[in-house]
Design a protein around this ligand. Structure first.
Ligand code: NAD
Length: 253
């Protein structure tokens, strides 16, 4: 491993050792090595599809088209397995170095990889919710309706309205209770490690600034530059799986 990279990893390991409460904030980049494309990275989904298709208004206006596309993405997402980055983060939690993972991802891979304290800020792809009565349904329920019956949209068992994935679409608000859970984890928090996120989506895009204002440290692990890099205490550009595995190895020494 490159000497400069080794040095930065050592710095982050030191920060982790000293930290009394470290929170990890993850984005789509933590799951690309599990075969789930991110949105804005080099092979991101927005290079092939119009982002407009996953807005709340697009869902309301064209739910058939929305579900048609959702089903294309669902297969790979449901079959995905946690990668070394998810596993290293779970291990860091077990060892007491990470208190909580706040994830923008909807794939459930942190929990599958063994993390216990996970806040899914943008919800989950593993459930659907009725847009009328709010009842929740498992992904299996959605599949049972869509696949054998060839239904264009899944519908609520109770009121017959259309179901929506239980995930936040663009221009939809984050539930206040979930946001409050994040604030409770972040205050106090003396180290925030961001993994695989452009930090362009709010409210999580503002979390590093919040920690900095509280006097905490911030570290970024990402393939590419992010807008927050110049304000971060440590920036490590590389693959999440390789960097986090190395951090885990070092911290165990
Ligand atoms: P983003 O697409 O804006 O950014 C991902 C970042 O991760 C990019 O900067 C990219 O360079 C980096 N990256 C890609 N692979 C990496 C790797 N192996 N190691 C390190 N960095 C890597 O993602 P975002 O900031 O999370 O925001 C996009 C929104 O998309 C979020 O709201 C999220 O809910 C949603 N999303 C989720 C999934 C998922 O659940 N897996 C997938 C796509 C999008």
């Amino acid at each position: 491993m490159h000497q400069e990279l080794e040095g930065k990893i050592q710095q982050l390991v030191e920060l982790l050792r000293k930290s009394s409460k470290c929170v990890a904030l993850t984005g789509a980049g933590v799951s690309t090595e599990s075969g789930i494309p991110d949105f804005r990275g080099p092979d991101g989904t927005w290079k092939k599809y119009d982002p407009e298709l996953s807005t709340a208004s697009s869902f309301v206006l064209k739910p058939h088209q929305f579900w048609f596309l959702a089903m294309q993405f669902a297969g790979p997402l449901m079959r995905a397995e946690p990668n070394l980055a998810h596993q290293a983060m779970a291990e860091l939690e077990k060892l007491g170095h990470i208190t909580c993972v706040i994830t923008q991802n909807i794939d459930g891979l942190h929990q599958k990889g063994g993390s216990q304290n996970v806040i899914e800020l943008h919800g989950t792809a593993w459930r659907a919710v009725c847009i009328n009565c709010g009842k929740k349904f498992s992904w299996q329920y959605v599949m049972d309706q869509m696949v054998p019956m060839c239904s264009p949209v899944p519908r609520c068992m109770w009121c017959g309205y259309i179901l929506k994935p239980d995930a936040t679409l663009f221009f939809e608000e984050i539930p206040q209770q979930l946001y409050q859970q994040c604030l409770d984890e972040l205050n106090p928090c003396d180290l925030l490690i961001v993994v695989g996120s452009t930090l362009l989506v709010e409210p999580s895009g503002s979390f590093p600034e919040m920690i900095k204002k509280q006097g905490g440290k911030t570290a970024i692990i990402n393939l590419e530059e992010t807008w927050f890099d110049e304000n971060a205490d440590i920036v490590i550009n590389g693959k999440a799986s390789e960097i986090l595995t190395k951090i885990l190895q070092e911290i165990k020494k």
